[in-house]
Design a protein around this ligand. Structure first.
Ligand code: ZN
Ligand code: ZN
Length: 250
């Protein structure tokens, strides 16, 4: 299984990265975890424009889903359209919300390009992968994911505050992509995001092989995020996400 960080900027695109998007590949199957603002552009550095086989959205905040709108144009009006319908696994409100973002009535919405499958907690198969979705700790319906394929596993926090569910999803995973949106300060709101230290604490409890800090908000000093994570008790490899980084878990 190959994991490519397409976008890792938290909450909005930064100068060096789009918002959240991760490309997971195995056996020629290409799946996106989140499709945030700006990521459709950077995605084309890694795969062909029409090569996406499935999309999974952790939640419906703009920085995790808005490039579905641009991709609807690609697959509905591209030169060889129509292209095969792509499944989008997402919170149940996604068809209505994304049609509204695009400026389309609910019927037909974006269904000329996509088949929306409502997410709920549990495990199911997508192509060669087994995906487990679990509800995490964020102000809207939000999932963390664990994707297993080729005997390897990657876990992805989505957006979350402290979450036992995230520890369960990540247990023993080869790689944890964990958000670290906050730097430490008094009065951080609960149930929203993690600090680097908290991300590392989750990684340590889950005993993952490698921790990559992501959803990095451009207004933060990233060296501080990394330093705080280094104090979180996780003994394995630990680094900041970078757009374009590839992790080959084979
Ligand atoms: Zn976010
Ligand atoms: Zn969010």
């Amino acid at each position: 299984m190959k994991v490519t960080i397409v976008g890792c900027s938290g909450s909005y695109p930064g100068p060096d990265s789009p918002a959240s998007c991760y490309l997971i590949e195995a056996d020629g199957f290409r799946m996106l975890l989140d499709f945030g603002s700006g990521s459709l552009g950077a995605l084309q550095r890694h795969i062909g424009l029409y090569d996406v086989d499935a999309i999974c959205l952790t939640h419906l905040h703009a920085d995790h889903c808005l490039d579905v709108c641009g991709y609807h144009v690609v697959r509905t009006y591209g030169p060889a359209a129509p292209y095969p319908i792509v499944p989008i696994y997402a919170p149940a409100d996604a068809p209505r919300r994304l049609a509204a973002a695009y400026g389309m009535p609910d019927e037909p919405g974006l269904e000329t390009a996509f088949d929306f499958v409502p997410l709920e907690p549990g495990s199911f198969e997508i192509g060669p992968f087994s995906l487990t979705a679990g509800l995490v700790n964020h102000p809207v319906e939000a999932y963390g994911f664990r994707v297993t394929g080729d005997g390897r596993s990657v876990a992805y926090s989505g957006d979350t505050g402290e979450s036992n569910e995230l520890v369960k999803l990540a247990a023993g995973a080869d790689l944890l992509l964990c958000e670290a949106s906050f730097v430490e300060r008094p009065g951080l709101p609960p149930g929203l995001h993690l600090t680097g230290r908290q991300a590392a604490e989750h990684a340590a409890k889950a005993d993952v092989g490698r921790l990559v800090l992501t959803h990095l908000v451009p207004w933060n000093d990233q060296a501080t995020v990394l330093r705080e994570a280094s104090e979180g008790g996780f003994g394995g490899p630990l680094e900041l996400a970078r757009s374009g980084a590839v992790y080959d878990l084979a």
